[in-house]
Design a protein around this ligand. Structure first.
Ligand code: NOJ
Length: 557
């Protein structure tokens, strides 16, 4: 077993725009994060992942970078970032940045130059095709429109996997790749310990994606999803290997890639000598949605399905490398609303959900606010939405004469803005996030759900997350919970989810009853309990609704 520092990390993801405002512009900033480091230290995490903070027109909240070397003024300065890194390090906390290099912003000087001057060297930093007037082909971007955008009134078109303000970079170009490598080194030298790597599976385009002429459509709109032609294409590994050799390995960085990897390529991506430390698995976080005509919609699912997906994911990752269990991030709604029926959301169900993922094999990620049990925002009006993808999808429905209320209903449950509302620190106006009106509404439930309340209460979601983190660090059991093997424990009851972490010293079993009914536990257990999520004492061989426990058997000689 290769012991890397990042295997013992507990990562806390920060969406800087919504974490803490200090300069009274309604937008969170780096000084705000610095001011909350004590809070994070007290929680027990040891790594922070910052969503993008580089200069950006914020068409996609920073996932559209216009200057790779500079911090966006709304967040602060490069010096602020250095201060954050230093102050975090004093508390034993490392900082990861978000690396957004599949695309940049259409405001980036490279793109501006490429548009203005077809002969400039920057034209080949992008994917630009000249045609006799029609888009080169019928590929549909993630925004459900053509992936090709005309440049002005010319016959030149550029390719974008995401919004048209996010032109894809041309990784075939060695000069572009060099620029990216140098930029990564720049941040490493500022003390950045690693990267969460955005949409990295998209960097290599197939020759069909770039060819002129219709491709077989996959929807009524006559278009075909970008996924088929730009995701995980053969040859992508050459580019990634270069990043690994020149940066990741050289500086012992933690890398977590946002990419779905099929089983047969797992070894290459996360194996002992893999391209990344770990990759995010979407199988159980996206199990509640399906795609139709380029749009995502809710789909029904069962606890049994969730259980199977978690087991399959863990078994597959364990064969090859290391996992990155998570429930939430800035693209997901709040997990309690996804996995727990509305009228069963409670302290018990929130913490049961925590236990479910927190002891899986891998580095656990906590998204800001998850540790206090934040919930979805009750979106009713399109005016309250800020996610440009949601706003443009709504508008597309209006334009096509379709009922946009269907989209609105989807956003209420599934929209990305649900997790982007301001962090709820206390019950003062704007929840202690800011003194002025924030860029996105505060969830009205902040009066009940906020950090102050959670800290004051003896029993709270926050304190429970603190306990779970401590258990992973416990001198007795931490080793098994971190490095031990994963083993699914099959049970008859659908809503009883069990798994084990084992090594030569201990056999630790995690039991979670993810339902509002009592669940029977196996009778002959000779284990002692180390964590119980709720107030009611454990009955010998059954779990009450949403009760969850961690039990230990064995002991060191
Ligand atoms: C994935 C990011 O998580 C998401 O927020 C963003 O919109 C896209 N990649 C495009 O960068």
């Amino acid at each position: 077993m290769n012991r890397k520092w990042w295997k013992e990390a507990v990562v806390y993801q920060i969406y800087p725009k919504s974490f803490q405002d200090t300069d009274r512009d309604g937008i969170g900033d780096l000084a705000g994060i610095i001011s909350r480091l004590d809070y994070l230290e007290m929680l027990g995490i040891n790594t922070i992942w910052l969503c993008p903070i580089n200069v950006s027109p914020m068409r996609d909240n920073g996932y559209d970078i216009a200057d790779y070397y500079k911090i966006d003024p709304s967040f602060g300065t490069n010096e602020d970032l250095e201060e954050l890194v230093e102050k975090a390090s004093e508390r034993g906390i490392r900082v990861l940045m978000d690396l957004v290099v599949n695309h940049c912003s259409d405001q980036h000087p490279w793109f501006q130059e490429a548009v203005k001057n077809p002969d400039s060297k920057y034209a080949s930093y992008f994917i630009i095709k000249e045609t006799d007037g029609e888009a080169p082909n019928n590929i549909r971007c993630y925004n459900a429109v053509s992936a090709w955008e005309r440049i002005g009134d010319s016959n030149r078109f550029y390719f974008h996997s995401f919004a048209k303000e996010q032109p894809d970079l041309n990784w075939e170009n060695p000069f572009l790749r060099r620029e990216i490598i140098e930029m990564m080194k720049f941040w490493q030298q500022k003390g950045i310990a690693g990267f969460r790597i955005d949409a990295i599976g998209n960097i290599k385009k197939s020759k069909y994606a770039l060819a002129q002429g219709m491709l077989p459509p996959d929807g009524d709109d006559g278009m075909v999803s970008v996924d088929k032609y730009v995701l995980m294409q053969d040859g992508i590994e050459e580019y990634l290997q270069e990043l690994k050799e020149e940066v990741f390995d050289k500086y012992d960085m933690m890398t977590v890639a946002e990419v779905s990897v099929p089983e047969e390529r797992m070894e290459q991506f996360i194996g002992e000598n893999g391209l990344f430390s770990m990759v995010f698995d979407f199988s159980y976080t996206d199990m509640d949605i399906e795609k139709r005509n380029g749009k995502e919609w809710k789909r029904p699912w069962t606890i049994g399905e969730l259980k199977k997906k978690i087991y399959d994911s863990q078994n597959s990752i364990q064969k090859h490398g290391w996992g990155s269990p998570y429930l939430e991030n800035h693209d997901q709604p709040r997990s309690v609303n996804k996995y727990i029926p509305r009228d069963e959301i409670s302290y018990e169900s929130k913490t049961a959900l925590g236990v479910l993922y927190f002891f899986l094999r891998g580095t656990p990620f906590i998204y800001q606010g998850q540790e206090i049990g934040m919930e979805n925002y009750p979106f009713r009006d399109v005016k309250d939405l800020r996610d440009p993808f949601a706003v443009s999808r709504y508008q597309q429905s209006v334009d096509k004469g379709e009922n946009p209320e269907n989209d609105m209903e989807y956003f209420r449950e599934r929209g990305r803005d649900n997790s982007r509302t301001p962090m709820q620190w206390d019950d003062s106006t704007y929840a202690g996030f800011s003194d002025v009106e924030p860029w996105i509404n505060v969830n009205p439930d902040y009066v009940q759900i906020n950090v102050k309340e959670e800290l004051d209460k003896e029993i709270s979601v926050y304190h429970f997350y603190q306990k779970m983190i401590n258990l992973r660090k416990n001198p007795e059991y931490g080793e098994t919970l971190t490095f031990g093997a994963f083993q699914a424990v099959e049970t008859k009851e659908e809503a009883l989810i069990g798994y084990r972490r084992t090594d030569d010293n201990y056999r630790i079993t995690i039991w979670v009853n993810l339902s509002n009914k009592v669940a029977e536990l196996p009778k002959s257990r000779a284990a002692s309990m180390v964590i119980l999520n709720n107030r009611t004492e454990l009955e010998e061989d059954r779990l009450l609704p949403y009760q969850a426990i961690v039990e230990v058997e064995g002991g060191k000689e």
